[in-house]
Structures are given as structure tokens and as C-alpha cells.
Design a binder for this molecule. Structure first.
Ligand SMILES: [Zn+2]
Length: 436
């Protein structure tokens, strides 16, 4: 029986956007329950049963085993995951209501259009089409739709790993965000960036303690002064380049595509040719540490006894020890460092049958496609699956128009995705399920 894998993708994406699943972090929000129930209903309609688990009221994730007749039962299951939550959107800033799922200028507009209700919709469109037509994927599939990715996955992916580890039994590979999108080099060449690595996260708090006193007096042990100096040293520090294997492979591909020699120490200049993606790539050339919050004092004429600053630190795979040592040195011994969050970096090799399948499926839909690995600057649910030893790839295929500021779409105003890109993605994913 024939079927069209991309038939429902646009409609499902719009419907998911209309279900507000904003993640406000520690503040209460609508949760993911309604979105998870919608996904469950879409799966149930084609005979796939699923379970919804709540880590906290309304913080819902969904899991489903999909191993219909015709799969190779001896093959290890493939984990395919998407998160259901989105970051907040302030409607006043947007051209269209961020929770309306409008279609305009050939795009679906709304919060989650690229992060990542787009991929959720591709996956559901493909699975439903195949289930209705009775066309099995090559391998058994573990479908996971998570809560809380946008706040670190504590109530989603990490919670599932802690409480439902059995479900992932036998999984060795996974696909999800962030990656699979195209970067146009020429009419006949598009690089598709596959995430094979992501940076680690170190959220630090600096605490300075000094002598409290009257603001009119001399004070050589002022906590605010001490802290401010340390914050400035961190903020102004020029982190040396540290090129990982994934990054090296990406830079090589870019050099080759442009036919130029690329000096890693001056790579930013070349990367600038790639448009907005250079921001993301630039941030992955080294460790980074940005001061983000300051707290001290309660009255203009009182020197407080302590002062605190928060630092958002990110380290490249293999760069953690050097990162922490550098921070220690920059901070000095008068300030205490507390670690609020420490999450490891994740890295896998860009090789093997799964990678081969990605390249082949992209090529079948885009003759100018060339898959390349890249290191992502942010963190994703891959950090949770990595705890189970699962190799994680960011592969949510999208062929994008050359002029779309795709990176700016992530958490940005007027987030949108071309409908043609969604349909392309569904077709690539469908091929992938047949071969991967
Ligand atoms: Zn995301």
C-alpha cells in the first residue's frame, strides 16, 4: 500500500504549536500534559499505544514502543526523541500570535516551529503514515516525547532515565535535536549539520565575603569590590581555541566547500561567510564563561558583608578540567566558588551505518546534500540519554532556504519554519526509518 509520509506534517506542527506548553523554568506554567495527550491520541488513532508519565503535576513525558510486524527483531531499537515544551514568547513582539500556528509567506509561524514541534510533527506524520499503510521501519523504534528540555530536562529526559530506565533497554543509538538542517554553500551544495557533540555546562556561583561597615569609611576588605574584580576578569578573559574532532571535521568541510585553507585561529572570519550560523559555531571554538547575575547589598550607605555573582560556563568535550582550573585562577583565593549545575559534555563519532543512512537519505531528497558533523553550543536531552551509553545524533532534517536566519529562530521572535522544509524533513525521516 502506498502512503505519503509528509502528508500530515504541516497540520500536526500547527496543532502542536496551538497547545501552549511554555516552560517558565522554576515558575509554574501550563506544563506538557495537554501536548502529551494530543500526541497519545495521534498514536492511538493508528493503533500505537503509549504511556504518559508525570514527574510533577502536568509535567508530562510520553513513551511508546513501536515494533510492528515486519521490523527486524534482532536489531537494537532506535531511540527517536523530541521535547514537547517551548521557551516563553511575548506575543507583543511577534508579527503573528506565537500560539496560533498561522501560515504566512510559506511558513508555519509560532513558538516551537523549529524548537522543536517541527520534528515532533515530522516524526508523528511519518509514523502515522507507515502505521496506517502497514509499512514497518527496519528496526524497532522507541518513541519519546519529553517534558522540560528547555530547563535542563530534570522533569523530563533525566527523570525518565532515573525512573523508567527499563524502557531504554537495548538502545544504543538515538536521533533528535539539534541538527540535520541545511546551510547553503552554492546552488548545488548544501551542508547538513549533524550534531555529534555538545558542550558541557558549568553554572557557577561566586561568593565574596568581606568586612561589613559604613559606606562612608575606608574599607580594604569590601566584598563588592572583590567580587566585581573577579567578575570582570572572567568576563574579559579570552579563552584559547580548543578544536574538537567534530569541530575539526566541520571546519574541514567548510574549507573544502569554499575551496580555501582554513586557519582555526582565524576561523571566525571564514565562518562569517556562513551567516548567522557563525554565532553558534564561533561559540563552540573554545570554552566560554559569561557573568549573568549579581547580588549584593541592601542600602546605599552600607557595605555588605557578602556579594554573589552567577557565571554561565560552557566547556568543550575534553575541556572540563582546564575550564575549572582557569576559573579558579581567575577568581583567586578570596572568593568561594559553588557549583549550581555541572553537566558533562557529550560526544560521539561521525561514522558507522547510522551516519551512512543519514547521508544517503538526505542525498535521495537533495542531490546537493552533504552531511557534516558539528559541535553544538547549547545542551539538549542528549545529556540524559548519554548517561545510558546511547550514541546521540542531532538529526531533524530540514532543507532551508538560503536566506533564512535559522539560528536566530531558536528561542527568537517570529520563530517559523517553511512548510516545504517540514515536508522535506518528513520524507527524509521516512527513508531513514526504512534504512537506519
Ligand atoms: Zn530544543
Amino acid at each position: 500500500m502506498s502512503y505519503r509520509a509528509d502528508e500530515e506534517v504541516v497540520g500536526i506542527c500547527r496543532d502542536l504549536i496551538r497547545i501552549d506548553s511554555t516552560n517558565f523554568g522554576p515558575q509554574p506554567g501550563p506544563g506538557e500534559r495537554a501536548a502529551a495527550e494530543h500526541v497519545a491520541a495521534l498514536l492511538d488513532e493508528v493503533g500505537i499505544s503509549s504511556e504518559i508519565y508525570e514527574s510533577e503535576p502536568k509535567r508530562a513525558s510520553l513513551i511508546a514502543d513501536w515494533a510492528p510486524e515486519g521490523v527486524d527483531p534482532s536489531a537494537p531499537p532506535l531511540l527517536i526523541h523530541g521535547h514537547l515544551d517551548v521557551v516563553p514568547a511575548n506575543a507583543d513582539d511577534w508579527t503573528y500570535d506565537p500560539f496560533a500556528g498561522e501560515i504566512a509567506d510559506g511558513c508555519v509561524w509560532g513558538r516551537g516551529a523549529v524548537d522543536m514541534k517541527d520534528f515532533d510533527a515530522m516524526l508523528l506524520s511519518v509514523v502515522r503514515a507507515r502505521a496506517r499503510a502497514g509499512v514497518a521501519p527496519r528496526r524497532p523504534i522507541k518513541l519519546v516525547f519529553t517534558a522540560d528540555e528547555e530547563a535542563g530536562g530534570i522533569y523530563g529526559a533525566h527523570w525518565l532515565v532515573d525512573h523508567h530506565r527499563d524502557f531504554f533497554e537495548g538502545c544504543t543509538e538515538a536521533i533528535g535535536e539539534v541538527g540535520g538542517f541545511s546551510l547553503t554553500i552554492r546552488d548545488d551544495l548544501r551542508l547538513y549539520l549533524i550534531q555529534t557533540a555538545e558542550k558541557g555546562i558549568a553554572w557557577l556561583r561566586l561568593i565574596a565575603e568581606g568586612r561589613a561597615g559604613h559606606g562612608s569609611m575606608r574599607n580594604d576588605d569590601n566584598a563588592v569590590t572583590e567580587l566585581a574584580a573577579a567578575v570582570a576578569r572572567i568576563g574579559q578573559y579570552d579563552w584559547p581555541h580548543k578544536i574538537t574532532d567534530a569541530q575539526r571535521a566541520f571546519l574541514d568541510a567548510v574549507s573544502e566547500a569554499f575551496g580555501i585553507e582554513l586557519d582555526p585561529d582565524r576561523a571566525e572570519e571564514t565562518l562569517a561567510k556562513l551567516g548567522s550560523i557563525s554565532r553558534m559555531i564561533g561559540a563552540t571554538m573554545s570554552n566560554t564563561a559569561n557573568p549573568t547575575m549579581l547580588t549584593a547589598g541592601y542600602k546605599h550607605n552600607v557595605i555588605p558583608g557578602s556579594a554573589e555573582a552567577s557565571i554561565d560556563g560552557r566547556f568543550v568535550p575534553g575541556g572540563k578540567d582546564e575550564f575549572l582550573a582557569t576559573i579558579d585562577e581567575l577568581v583567586g583565593d578570596k572568593i568561594r566558588i559553588e557549583m549550581d549545575t555541572l553537566q558533562p559534555s557529550v560526544e560521539t563519532e561521525f561514522s558507522g551505518a547510522l551516519v551512512e543512512a543519514m547521508q544517503q537519505c538526505l542525498l535521495a531528497e537533495d542531490p546537493g546534500a552533504r552531511a557534516v558533523p558539528f559541535l553544538m553550543s547549547g545542551g539538549t536531552d542528549a545529556k540524559a540519554w548519554d548517561r545510558l551509553g546511547i550514541r546521540c545524533f542531532g538529526f531533524a532534517p530540514l532543507r532551508l532556504p538560503p536566506d533564512l536566519d535559522f539560528v536566530g529562530m531558536f528561542h527568537g521572535v517570529d520563530e517559523r519554519v517553511p512548510t516545504e522544509s517540514l515536508e522535506f524533513g518528513a520524507r527524509v525521516l521516512d527513508r531513514f526509518l526504512a534504512t537506519a
